[in-house]
Design a protein around this ligand. Structure first.
Ligand SMILES: [Cu+2]
Length: 70
């Protein structure tokens, strides 16, 4: 299974709760192997299985949680 590392720019995160909410949202998607969110940088690194999940799905999930993906 080939893994792919995705970088997302996320705006709207202002505290540790936001960071946790984004991590939880992404981690809940099938095909997401690992999620790391950098609050201060407004950035997330997500390791996915591209056969199961698309970048668009990640963006949609983050936006559903109330944040904006650049
Ligand atoms: Cu917050």
């Amino acid at each position: 299974m080939a893994k792919q590392e995705i970088q997302l720019r996320i705006s709207g995160m202002s505290c540790a709760h936001c960071k946790a909410a984004v991590e939880k949202a992404l981690q809940g998607l099938p095909g997401v192997a690992r999620t790391e969110v950098f609050l201060e940088e407004g950035r997330a690194v997500v390791e996915i299985d591209p056969a199961q999940v698309k970048v668009e799905d990640l963006k949609q999930k983050v936006e559903e949680a109330g944040y904006t993906v650049a």
